[in-house]
Design a protein. Structure first.
Length: 179
């Protein structure tokens, strides 16, 4: 984790919290938010560190797309989540984005376990994990084996990923502020 300027921490938190609110209310993250977040991240990083800041933002976007685009193509996350993570990459840069992504995975995993346990779907979810892994091992898209695995399916158990991302960003901002 590299030190983040206070303005970037504030921007990171603002974009993530706004995305979480929209994701809770509308089950989507708006394009205008992700576009403005990416532009603001690029602009702030260029203002702070000139050309190095531009490269930091572009690398942050690149690593976010490299990791989240395959998840989107496999229908594991929605397009808004992909664009939100790219915008956060533009703000945080590649190293900090990796930390945010790891925190997002941890928070999301815990939240998902709680959700499926409360809903009595733990066994079904474990079966779905097996379907996903075996489909990927055979070079097939998992959502083709079971449409319920598709994030776009109305029968899928879904967790608002924007909220999970915002929790991870909040943890990241708190941790980076205490350094």
């Amino acid at each position: 984790m590299t030190p983040l300027a206070p303005v970037l921490s504030a921007l990171l938190a603002t974009v993530a919290i706004t995305a979480a609110i929209f994701d809770c209310r509308e089950r989507r993250v708006p394009n205008w938010l992700t576009l403005l977040g990416a532009i603001a991240g690029l602009t702030a990083n260029v203002f702070i560190a000139q050309t190095a800041g531009l490269w930091t933002s572009l690398k942050g976007i690149g690593i976010a797309l490299a990791i989240y685009l395959p998840l989107y193509l496999l229908r594991g996350v929605g397009g808004g989540d992909l664009k939100l993570m790219a915008a956060l990459g533009a703000i945080a840069g590649p190293k900090n984005w990796i930390v945010i992504m790891l925190l997002t995975s941890l928070v999301g995993g815990i939240a998902a376990l709680i959700l499926v346990t409360v809903q009595g779907r733990l066994r079904k979810t474990l079966r779905n994990v097996w379907v996903i892994l075996s489909s990927l091992a055979m070079g097939r898209a998992p959502y083709r084996a079971d449409p319920e695995i598709d994030v776009k399916s109305p029968t899928a158990t879904r967790l608002p990923h924007g909220v999970v991302i915002a929790c991870a960003v909040f943890g990241f901002v708190l941790a980076s502020a205490s350094r």
